[in-house]
Design a protein around this ligand. Structure first.
Ligand code: F6R
Length: 605
């Protein structure tokens, strides 16, 4: 959601800024712009639409200079338009901003009273004008004054005309890194933007300020004292953030799931047992919880749904799964004996972050499952299990979900063993089966062509149902979300046994049904539900495990995943569901990796 970049160095900054912004496209945006210091003047080029629109503009007039800031905007205050696009400001100070300024109307009113005029509807313009109002020749003091007056979230890239060789940056509740290269330094919302230039970067803490020139970066703490920061080294290269021969990032990331799951589980096995001690999870701690809450959004919440079934079944601890935006306002009953698990790929999701802080305020222990190293949620939680998916660029989450499930298996087995619900032998046997999962994911990818075929049959559907029971139901929620977000076909996932209480009235020959029936203990019951929809004319696609059979005529198409114990089917079944969604989107000609209206990192409420 909004991408920020900044550059100071030896190259034409317009080129670097646009290139770096292209690496942040996955975050979702509807307009783009840059500001470049050209012979002592700040020159802005910005427009609504994709980066190609900006490139076209720059082909006509490209500001020349080696210092600049850039932005991709995801509209919050004011529609997507040229005027509302960032950068904002005037000849003296110009900024790019990610986040939301909650008290912008108050500030705007004050500035109007001081004779300022506003051209956009954005909250950002008020910050730019407030910087101008307070500017006294000292950028650092001015920025501090302004951040003390604004409320909300911000990552800011700032240029002052009187300091033509540098840019400034500050953040609160929105991600921002500062990268250091050879004779050039950068600013970005995320690591992929800097990888072409350097792998070394610094994580900005809340309200730390950076002053960046070509050969120096000065950091200041919130009291304006100079500070030293520890350099981080990106553990993935450009290739990991490129498509590598695949048509889309989403397909590449579906294929990377096997490796990502291995990387998440293998280092956490000791003597055949799960070992999460590096994350602060000791057997002693895992014994004491009264209740577990899992809180997340979207796909991450769906991983939490699978987690509920797993933990309750094996560790016999009561688990509640909450959508973060509901949890934070429903006044949950939390105590010091509870564990709250926050799941987030980006580690920056605003609602999940707020839920984490709420849980901490109530004294509950907090554990985060996070993919992005050093992100806010990872830093604020008491304990963190890093999932090792590597960079996920496609907006639709795939490999991040797979590794969230992998981490959930590790936690479930460790919880179940620590609480005496499974023996050491049982735990070892589960771990052995978990270790075999990466190869089975690779094998599951062999259903690719069948998924392509199924996708060709779904193209004209207006609406679809996904049904299942137990773990199959939890998993089908993710299948349904994947399809709707990238193919724009409406779909819903339903507990198969619940259909007849209302929803079955929707079923006709125009409503395809994808039934997931991999749970052997629930198989017959799910088949009865499949027959109910079949007899109402629905075309039915059924996902089964190898070795399972369904009567002739009940399914129009059967897709099989490899044979595994019931608890492991979600991490395999998700593969055909992701592929069906992917091919449906491709065949419909949709923008697979950047679906409309969506952002990768949802940093607003
Ligand atoms: C869907 C998707 C979203 C995210 C959700 C939470 O494919 O990616 O539903 O799962 O926005 O994001 P994170 O995991 O970054 O908190």
């Amino acid at each position: 959601m909004c991408g920020i970049v900044g550059y100071v160095g030896k190259r034409n900054s317009a080129d670097v800024l646009v290139d770096a912004l292209s690496k942040l496209e996955y975050r979702g945006y509807d307009s783009a712009g840059i500001a470049v210091m050209e012979q002592g003047d700040i020159v802005v080029e910005k427009c609504q639409g994709k980066l190609d629109n900006l490139r076209e503009r720059l082909a006509v007039h490209k500001p020349q200079g080696m210092v600049g800031i850039g932005h991709t905007r995801w509209a919050t205050h004011g529609e997507p338009s040229d005027i509302n696009s960032h950068p904002h400001g005037n000849k003296r100070v110009t900024i790019v901003h990610n986040g939301i300024i909650e008290n912008y109307l108050e500030i705007k009113e004050f500035l109007l009273g001081q004779g300022y005029h506003f051209v956009s509807e954005t909250d950002t313009e008020t910050v730019a004008k407030l910087l101008d109002y307070y500017y006294d020749g000292n950028p650092i003091k001015t920025i501090h004054k302004v951040v003390n007056e604004i409320r909300g979230s911000y990552a800011l890239g700032i240029m002052f005309r009187e300091f033509p060789d540098r840019i400034f940056a500050i953040r609160k509740d929105s991600p921002l890194i500062v990268a250091s290269g050879e004779g050039e330094n950068l600013l970005a919302s995320d690591v992929p933007a800097i990888l072409k230039y350097t792998k070394n970067y610094y994580l900005m803490e809340e309200n730390e300020l950076a002053e960046i020139t070509a050969d120096q970066i000065n950091f200041y703490d919130p009291h304006m004292n100079p500070i030293e920061k520890e350099v981080q080294v990106a553990n993935f290269d450009m290739e990991a953030a490129e498509k590598g021969g695949f048509a889309h990032f989403m397909l590449k990331e579906i294929y990377e799931q096997s490796k990502a799951v291995s990387t998440t589980i293998l280092p956490r096995i000791k003597d055949g047992m799960p070992d999460l001690s590096e994350c602060g999870l000791t057997a002693e701690l895992l014994k004491g919880f009264r209740k577990i809450f899992i809180v997340a959004c979207g796909t991450a919440m769906h991983a939490g749904m699978v987690g509920k079934y797993l933990i309750e079944r094996l560790a016999r601890i009561d688990v509640t799964v909450d959508i973060a935006s509901e949890f934070r306002y429903r006044d949950p009953i939390l105590s010091e004996d509870d564990l709250v698990i926050l799941i987030s790929q980006s580690g920056e999701t605003a609602d999940t972050k707020a839920a984490l802080h709420l849980a901490k305020d109530h004294g509950a222990k907090t554990l985060a499952f996070v993919n992005v190293k050093g992100s806010s949620i990872a830093r604020d939680a008491d304990m963190v299990i890093y999932t090792h998916a590597g960079p996920e660029i496609s907006v639709a989450s795939t490999k991040a979900y797979a590794v969230q499930l992998a981490a959930m298996y590790l936690l479930t087995f460790e919880l179940a063993y620590a609480n005496g619900k499974i023996s050491k032998e049982e735990c070892r046997s589960y771990m052995e089966q978990l270790t075999a999962i990466p190869d089975l994911i690779t094998k599951t990818l062999e259903v690719k062509e069948e998924c392509q075929f199924v996708a060709s049959k779904l193209l004209n559907a207006e609406s679809l149902l996904y049904i299942g029971r137990g773990l199959d139901y939890a998993l089908s929620m993710e299948g349904s979300l994947k399809l709707k977000e990238i193919s724009y076909i409406h779909s819903e996932s339903y507990a198969a046994g619940e259909l007849k209480h209302g929803t079955i009235s929707l079923v006709t020959d125009q409503m395809p049904v994808i039934a997931v029936a991999t749970q052997t203990d629930l198989f017959e019951k799910t088949v009865s539900n499949i027959k109910e929809v079949k007899s109402r004319g629905a075309k039915v696609i059924v996902v089964l495990k190898d070795g399972m059979k369904i009567e002739e005529g009940v399914a129009d198409h059967v897709i099989k995943i490899p044979q595994v114990e019931n608890i492991f089917t979600p991490i395999l079944t998700v593969v055909p569901l992701q592929l069906i969604a992917y091919y449906t989107s491709v065949l419909k000609g949709c923008d697979v990796d950047k679906p409309r209206n969506l952002a990768k990192s949802v940093t607003v409420e």
